[in-house]
Design a protein around this ligand. Structure first.
Ligand SMILES: Cc1cc2nc3c(=O)[nH]c(=O)nc-3n(C[C@H](O)[C@H](O)[C@H](O)COP(=O)(O)OP(=O)(O)OC[C@H]3O[C@@H](n4cnc5c(N)ncnc54)[C@H](O)[C@@H]3O)c2cc1C
Ligand code: FES
Length: 272
């Protein structure tokens, strides 16, 4: 496996999608579904993201697009779905868009997770809305006959992903910080026993969670395995490699996470 994962060979274009569905999930988040250009969603792989312009055509505020991972696609309807937790104005505008509304989208952006052909046991470690790209990855993996364990951590039970959102074949294990469901504590507390079982680990979530995961892996793994792929969440201004606002320090130099990432091999990243 290359230290820096491959760039996406997926098309990048700007389009206006029509919202087809919008429903609440995970307590304070929404699943927003919208149309894509014909045949487009077939190119999307787990880990890819899109940049949404969070305003209508008659407004210039906010100026910048907001990046969101793809949560799921429907090839028959040619739609894609994003899982959005509205931290501020951009996210709030997006979750207020009702069916029929139009949204300007730039994508497909970034690289994607890569399941090695020989891997049979896959561990996913998600924190909060980091659940999104790993949900799509678990769909792809179970469809390919892989064994998937999906660990999700949230602050409280209301903020967990419903089990029905994941494929039936997934072993779904939860942690909440307040102990209202599953293990009381952090999702990373549950990782160590799986490290001998897993051929690969895939993670997405807040940076402190990924740093904690790295510590657990470094202290509990056997030899060099398993390989860990992380999706980093940097603030992004352009999303296309022009502003260098999203750089990540790697062993091969500074990399723009919007084009060389957001998925990196954990070992390739320089951790402070
Ligand atoms: C590759 C990539 C994929 C992403 N995928 C998703 C996804 O699937 N679902 C999702 O909900 N978000 C995702 N994010 C994060 C999302 O892009 C930000 O939450 C969004 O840009 C915030 O915009 P805003 O206008 O809502 O908030 P802003 O107005 O930009 O920020 C409002 C406040 O919230 C804080 N804030 C902003 N973002 C975050 C954050 N991520 N965590 C904690 N505090 C934050 C800011 O510091 C500020 O104080 C992703 C980010 C990247 C880089
Ligand atoms: S967001 Fe501009 S270079 Fe990555």
């Amino acid at each position: 496996m290359a230290a820096i994962l491959q760039r996406a060979a997926a098309p990048v274009r700007e389009w206006v999608g029509t919202v087809t569905d919008n429903r609440p999930i995970m307590g304070d988040s929404w699943l927003v579904t919208f149309t894509a250009p014909d045949g487009f969603v077939g190119h999307i792989k787990p880990g890819h993201f899109v940049n949404v312009l969070p305003r209508g055509p008659l407004s210039f505020d906010p100026i910048l697009r907001r990046p969101y991972s793809v949560y799921g696609v429907d090839a028959e309807r040619n739609t894609m779905t994003l899982l959005i937790r509205p931290y501020g104005r951009g996210g709030q505008w997006i979750v207020e868009q009702q069916p029929g509304a139009q949204m300007n989208i730039l994508g497909i952006l970034g690289n994607h997770y890569e399941i090695a052909p020989r891997s049979t046991h896959l561990l996913m470690v998600a924190g909060g809305v980091g659940a999104a790209p790993l949900r799509m990855l678990s769909q792809q993996a179970t469809a390919a006959g892989k064994n998937v364990t999906y660990l999700l951590g949230a602050r409280t039970a209301d903020q967990l992903l419903e089990a029905s959102e994941l494929p039936n074949a997934v072993e779904y294990v939860i942690a909440t910080e307040d102990g209202t469901a599953g293990h009381q504590g952090f999702v990373t507390d549950m990782v160590a026993p799986y490290l001998q079982w897993a051929d690969q680990v895939f993670t997405c979530g807040p940076t402190p969670m990924m740093a904690a995961l790295r510590n657990v892996v470094m202290h509990n793994r056997f030899g060099k395995g398993p390989q860990v792929q992380i999706s980093v969440e940097r603030t992004m201004a352009c999303g296309v490699g022009a502003c260098l606002g999203c750089v990540v320090e790697t062993r091969k130099g500074m990399k723009a996470s919007c084009i060389d990432g957001p998925v990196f091999d954990m070992e390739s990243v320089v951790w402070q």
